[in-house]
Design a protein. Structure first.
Length: 370
């Protein structure tokens, strides 16, 4: 037996076990999986390992040359910026992408990615890697001893907490003072490892994954907006072209109407003396005809009055004298009534009405342009 989870306590009467980086392991198994053979004599002098009852105890055993506990020997009091950068990169490599904390009992998948044992248990029986989504067999997960060894060493090489926060530039959770490195897709909020308890069952993503997902979404939206902009620009160009054509048509129409009105005004100016002269001639002609008609009527009235006077005198004569030449008087009266000429007034009135209608049509034409 080489390893077992730390929750499964080893047989106290069996072989000697050490809690090595989160796993119970025999000293020989732990020695065979340490990084570099040069560390074996330092970490396990004499070819054995003492029992550890806690993770802290195991870490205390991993002392390096230069210090009794190894802490002072691994930390440089005057670390350069390049060293700090290297330490930060080591911290990132030793961080689980699910819980964003140092790996605890790292388990490797067939795709090459590793996760904490408890983190994989929380993910459940998914048949894909939580990081790359590659198809994997959950039963194929095995302890990643090399990664566990590296985590143990990185913990010894960690920068002071203040230097980490200062150099990382990451936002910190106001409640837990831990880096906000997790994104909750349900509530669209940034989380730290201490916030995970309140978001159980929610879809969680690392910041790069969430950023890429929303960048892809935003790229799609931007592409749709760009297409919409192109459509709007095309519509605007069409409207501007129609507007320009309409303006050109209005300009042409105004020019044509102006020319037509000028021609009409010129025609009216030329027609005015002709029209007024014709009306004056018609007036003179009708006035002459009215004079003839009035003279004729006056003569007829005078002859009629004479005939009436003669008939009245004949009417008052004595009977003997009255009967003499009575037929002549009656014949003259009847002849006048039968030969009476119709008055010229209705004929002249008709001609006047025709002239008035012509004048009215001219006025209507003029009024339509006012």
């Amino acid at each position: 037996m080489g390893w077992m989870p730390k929750e499964a306590a080893p047989d106290p009467e069996g072989a000697s076990f050490a809690l090595f980086c989160g796993y119970w392991a025999t000293p020989s198994f732990a020695r065979s999986h340490l990084i570099g053979g040069g560390l074996q004599s330092t970490l396990f002098p004499g070819g054995g390992a003492e029992k550890c009852t806690s993770q802290e105890g195991a870490n205390e055993q991993l002392s390096l040359p230069g210090s009794a506990k190894g802490e002072e020997g691994l930390k440089s009091p005057m670390a350069t910026s390049g060293e700090k950068t290297a330490l930060r990169e080591l911290n990132q490599e030793a961080t689980c992408p699910l819980c964003l904390d140092f790996f605890k009992q790292p388990m490797g998948l067939s795709c090459g990615h590793s996760f904490c044992r408890d983190c994989l248990a929380q993910v459940g029986a998914e048949a894909s890697c939580p990081q790359c989504r590659a198809k994997v067999e959950p039963s194929s997960a095995c302890p990643n001893w090399s990664l566990a060894n590296m985590v143990c060493l990185v913990k010894r090489l960690r920068l002071p907490e203040g230097a980490q926060e200062e150099s990382s530039g990451q936002q910190l959770c106001q409640q837990h003072r831990q880096p906000l490195q997790i994104f909750c897709s349900s509530e669209k909020s940034l989380l730290c490892p201490g916030c995970l308890g309140k978001h159980q069952g929610h879809p969680l993503l690392s910041l790069p994954e969430a950023a890429q997902e929303y960048k892809d979404l935003l790229d799609g939206l931007l592409e749709s907006l760009r297409k919409e902009k192109q459509t709007l620009l095309h519509q605007r160009q069409t409207v501007e072209q129609s507007r320009q054509e309409c303006q050109e048509q209005f300009a042409t129409e105004k020019q044509q109407v102006g020319l037509a009105l000028e021609s009409l005004q010129e025609l009216l100016r030329e027609s005015q003396p002709v029209w007024l002269g014709w009306l004056a001639k018609q007036e003179e002609k009708m006035e002459a005809e009215w004079g003839v008609a009035l003279a004729q009527l006056s003569g007829e009235a005078s002859g009629l009055q004479q005939l009436m006077d003669q008939a009245k005198r004949k009417y008052h004569q004595p009977d003997g004298e009255f009967l003499q030449d009575i037929q002549d008087t009656i014949d003259r009266c009847q002849s006048y009534l039968l030969g009476h000429v119709e008055s010229a007034s209705p004929r002249l009135q008709g001609r006047l009405q025709t002239l008035l209608e012509k004048n009215a049509s001219v006025r209507r034409i003029v009024d339509s342009y006012k």
